[in-house]
Structures are given as structure tokens and as C-alpha cells.
Design a protein around this ligand. Structure first.
Ligand code: 5RP
Length: 212
């Protein structure tokens, strides 16, 4: 993990911000560098749509207006980090438990710029345990469905998402078909969000200040 590359990526993403934009903002330590850099442009943008209470607090602290996605409609740009990124720009996200709002904003945005350090690059997704947000009553049901598919589900005990739900981290999967797995898991009742961003991958990946 390189803090320097995270900072470089967060600052490099500023190039994608256009005057007058409403910017979708993700969550995490890399995004924190982006928010700090965005603060310098705050008079040139309309505001941000935030993916978590954590990012909302940071945005407000630096004086960037936080807007409601229902009011803004479609966004031109979403900037967020990731836990893993494969050569097709498919991602694992949700290490910070913000995956649901992150996926909603990614889906609502024309361009998803993903900011990472080089430790996040992999050939095959799955070494980082796959986060899945579930409604609390479905935790055991979803766990059994994951075991049927060869995964080892571990409840992130004590973590409650911004949406009042729980997170299961799935260990032991080597994800050769991310789109297929995402579609399959999306059919299981009680799953709110799968932390695979494959149906809607990133458009641009910044590894430090390098464009992938
Ligand atoms: O998906 C996320 C939060 O839910 C983050 O983007 C991911 O965990 C990466 O975080 P960081 O930039 O701190 O390494």
C-alpha cells in the first residue's frame, strides 16, 4: 500500500472535473485526498453527491455543498477508490462498507474514474474478500448460498452500514467470471449490494498519477 500513490491518484483525478459540474464522490482514504484537492475548486463546481456519511462530513468540512442524487439526476463524473482492480477495470469495492451508495452513484454517472495505488492491481479478483451488504435477517440465508458456491462467508461483526444493514466478506473465491458472479449473486433475496463492480466497471483507472 502506497500513501504517496493514493495522494497522487486523488490529485490527478481533478483533471476530470469540469467547471459547473456536480461530482459523484466515493469513500475511503484515497478519496479523502481527492476531496481535499476538490476543495481548491469549490467555487467552480456546483457541489457533490456523496456515497457515505464519512465523505459527506469531509465535503461539508471543506465547504463543498452536498446534493441529493434524486434532485441532481444523472452525473457526468464519479470518482472513487477500490480494493482490487483487474485488467478489465472490474473492481472489488466495499472495504469501507459504503458499497451500496457507491454502486448507485457509479450507475448514475457517465464516467467512473477509479483512483488506486498499485497494490490494488490484480490479474484475478478475489484475494481481497468480496464484501456483500445484506439486510440483517438474511445473513444466514445468504451465508448458506455463498457456501453452496464454494465461498467462505465471514460476518463483519459490529459493522452497520449507512443504510442500517450488515456486511458479509466472502473469502476463498477466485473470480474468473466477475459479471456472471455479480449477476448470480444479485438474484439471492436479502442481498442489497454485491461489492463487484463488473457489470458497470470503471472507465478510467488512475494508479498514482498514471492512467491505466
Ligand atoms: O470501496 C471502498 C469503500 O467502501 C473504498 O473505495 C475502498 O475500500 C478503498 O479504500 P482506500 O482508498 O481507503 O484504500
Amino acid at each position: 500500500m502506497s500513501t504517496n500513490e493514493k495522494r497522487q491518484a486523488g490529485e490527478a483525478a481533478i483533471r476530470y472535473v469540469e467547471d459547473g459540474a456536480i461530482v459523484g464522490v466515493g469513500t475511503g482514504s484515497t478519496v479523502a485526498y481527492f476531496i481535499d484537492a476538490l476543495a481548491d475548486l469549490k467555487d467552480r463546481i456546483q457541489g457533490a453527491v456523496s456515497s457515505s456519511e464519512q465523505s459527506t462530513a469531509h465535503l461539508k468540512r471543506v465547504g463543498i455543498p452536498v446534493l441529493d442524487l434524486n434532485a441532481t439526476g444523472k452525473l457526468t463524473l464519479y470518482v472513487d477508490g477500490a480494493d482490487e482492480c483487474d485488467p478489465h477495470k472490474h473492481l472489488i469495492k466495499g472495504g469501507g462498507a459504503a458499497l451500496t451508495r457507491e454502486k448507485v452513484i457509479a450507475e448514475a454517472s457517465d464516467q467512473f474514474v477509479c483512483i488506486i495505488d498499485s497494490s490494488k492491481l490484480v490479474n484475478l479478483l478475489g484475494k481481497f474478500p468480496l464484501p456483500i451488504e445484506v439486510i440483517p435477517m438474511a445473513r444466514s440465508l445468504v451465508g448458506r448460498e455463498i457456501v453452496k458456491r464454494g465461498g467462505n462467508p465471514v460476518w463483519r461483526d459490529g459493522v452497520v452500514t449507512d443504510n442500517g444493514n450488515w456486511v458479509i466478506d466472502v473469502h476463498g473465491w477466485q473470480i474468473a467470471d466477475p459479471v456472471g458472479l455479480e449477476n448470480d449473486l444479485n438474484q439471492i433475496p436479502g442481498i442489497v449490494t454485491v461489492g463487484l463492480f463488473a457489470r458497470r466497471p470503471a472507465n478510467v483507472v488512475l494508479v498514482g498519477d498514471k492512467v491505466l
